[in-house]
Design a protein around this ligand. Sequence first.
Ligand code: SAH
Ligand code: SF4
Ligand code: F3S
Length: 436
Amino acid sequence: MYLKTFGCQMNDADSSKIKNLMSNMNIDTTSDPKDADIILLNTCSIRWKAEHKVYSMLGTFKDIKKARPDIIIGVGGCVAQQEQDEMFRKVPHLDIVFGTHNVHRLPEMISRVQAERCKVEETNFFDRPEPLVYPAPEEDGVRAFVNIIRGCNNYCTYCIVPYVRGREASRSSAEIVDEVKSLAGCGVKEVTLLGQNVNSYGNDLGGDIGFPGLLKKVADVEGITRLRFTTSHPKDLSDGLIEAFGEIENLANHLHLPVQSGSDKVLAAMKRGYTAASYMKNVEKLRKVRPDIAISTDMIVGFPGEEDSDFQKTLALMKEVVYDSAFSFKYSVRPGTAAAKLQDAVPDDLKSERLASLQSLQKKHSIVRNEAEEGTVQMVLVEGVGRKHSSFLTGRTSGNKVVNFAGADEFVGQIVPVKITGSTANALKGEVLHLN
Ligand code: SAH
Ligand code: SF4
Ligand code: F3S
């Protein structure tokens, strides 16, 4: 099997499940689609470009299918969910379309295509999370992602996710804790709890346990030295969660808190449910509890109706927060979303201009934030050997910053103290301190 994953960590987690399901069927993975009997794409439709990438990749498989008609080509994830059987019309050499709630059905779908040589599509939504398939730990074996809540109820006006992932549905805390225990038993040290809005965790379970309560339970699992979560919606960032940063020692020193815009007018048009001032208040509260916490964000430029004065407010908010890092995007119209009906589109060249100035400001801030780490000692979870030099190791600090340092591969999978000796906008450089 050749499996290519696009998009966010939810898709990475689903792809881990796919790998597990396939290995239960004695199907191995290959890195070259030409060698594969089964080609699977796990797709993303967050922006037009992401969706386009999927279709162009599928186009390249046409010749493979022609040469070997027995090969099975399947598409899952958010593009599959959005397009459903329309995909067969656009891509006639496709065999399987599986939706975001149907990953666990993949083995049966593959068997059906093998037996009947027919096209198979399953894109139904289910109210409760699908039967559990434990994802495998990441390749490095020390980190793992655990889904805690599926879907999204927020309907931010630009966003396709609620349409392609369905309504919020939380997994039971007992099931989550069991999964984390089993991962810890396999040697996993760092767990990232995943959801489009983890702060809504438990709302649909009758409110017995909220997200801060779940965090405490997971943090107590023996062997879990580092706990992360993503994503946290600013409108739902509770005082309880902020306090958790003070109470839970192994909670990583990082929060991803996507602001999208610094203009209240744009935030209202996006239906985000907070203002620049209320967002700043939360940032201040957080920094009281954890003064050196790393904060990252997502930004959208060129939302319909965004004027230069709105964009200036975004830059002003960035200057106030000084983010450690930011993902930034040009607004992309998504079919069926509320914003798709809005007038006052921002021309593409103006979007590009705004994106470039936002990114250049962020680069300055990343440099400032990373320089501030120089001279400190950071605990680094070593993920593997460097891509350029095998005598270099790479890992992450608690603040989620990449650190490169000289060292032997025996450190891989360990948490080691590293003195930070240099930095760039993207990464830190360091020297491992000798372990006693
Ligand atoms: N659930 C997360 C984010 C999910 S999507 C949250 O609420 O923050 C990841 C990021 O993609 C978003 O934060 C947003 O910045 C960006 N994004 C989503 N829809 C987009 C669109 N239509 N155009 C451009 N960027 C978009
Ligand atoms: Fe999309 Fe908003 Fe839901 Fe995030 S919270 S997934 S941006 S609708
Ligand atoms: Fe993309 Fe779907 Fe994730 S649209 S960002 S893969 S939830």
